[in-house]
Design a protein around this ligand. Structure first.
Ligand SMILES: C[S@@+](CC[C@H](N)C(=O)[O-])C[C@H]1O[C@@H](n2cnc3c(N)ncnc32)[C@H](O)[C@@H]1O
Length: 238
């Protein structure tokens, strides 16, 4: 099957290339596949849906409805095209907007996110849109408002499954969630390759503190530890 097309021109090729899935996307889908019972029949939401491929995987796993939000118009357009092409057009809704704003007052059985949360101030990673990876100096600029908003958007027995770099303070996330009656558990820890384009833009103090701990360097090559974490109300974590 060919890739979804916005319009058949060079700009569309660049947009699709910029929205291409990453190793983070792959690890998130791997966990969602392993937890298909959590997905089946549920109302799901993805914040930062990018290409729409995670929503497509959730649709294939039997989600009852698919809702996606992205700050980039091209992501919303290509995500909708992908979902329609894969037969999920009827159950999918995609919104152009910021974080929780398009779904104010709504709750979901499963919320997934692979947010920009790489610790860096600059957002000019070549080949990606500025909104793709940068999470501010500590990586938390989007992560914190996402975690803060979960309680108001999760159904009573709802869950969230998200990517969480190990070099972005996990205890800080735990404490923030605990204030809202939520707890996190680790579903998967894996290594992701950190290309030099990103490593050279990483907040220097984070790199210095994490080098040899959660960041592993072999000559010019670097890998970072990354968790897929599951979040649920206290007492309901698996
Ligand atoms: C790391 S990408 C993940 C894309 C896709 N979910 C995946 O895993 O391949 C982060 C996505 O979040 C979107 N994004 C950034 N800031 C956002 C915001 N404030 N609200 C909604 N989406 C945002 C970006 O446009 C991008 O598509």
């Amino acid at each position: 099957m060919s890739k979804p097309r916005l319009v058949p021109d060079a700009k569309a090729e660049l947009v699709l290339a910029a929205l291409r899935p990453s190793e983070y996307t792959a690890a998130l889908i791997q966990v969602l596949q392993a937890k298909s019972a959590t997905v089946r029949g549920g109302k799901v939401l993805e914040i930062g849906s990018g290409s729409g491929v995670v929503l497509a995987a959730l649709g294939e796993l039997g989600a009852a409805s698919l809702c996606g939000i992205d700050i980039e118009e091209d992501a919303v357009t290509s995500g909708m095209l992908l979902l329609a092409e894969l037969g999920h057009g009827e159950t999918a809704e995609l919104y152009l907007g910021d974080m929780w704003l398009p779904v104010a007052g709504r709750r979901f059985d499963l919320i997934v996110a692979n947010l920009p949360h790489f610790p860096m101030e600059r957002s000019d990673v070549p080949g990606r849109l500025p909104s793709w990876s940068a999470g501010g100096s500590n990586g938390r600029v989007l992560l914190d408002p996402f975690l803060e908003g979960l309680d108001a958007h999760l159904a009573a027995d709802g869950r969230a499954i998200i990517t969480h770099n190990a070099f972005v303070d996990l205890d800080c996330s735990r404490e923030l969630l605990a204030r809202h009656g939520l707890a996190l558990s680790m579903a998967l820890t894996t290594l992701v390759y950190i290309p030099d384009d990103k490593l050279s833009r990483m907040t220097a103090s984070v790199l210095a503190a994490q080098d040899g701990r959660t960041i592993h360097r072999y000559g010019p090559y670097a890998f970072g530890e990354m968790h897929i974490v599951e979040i649920a109300r206290h007492g309901a974590v698996s």
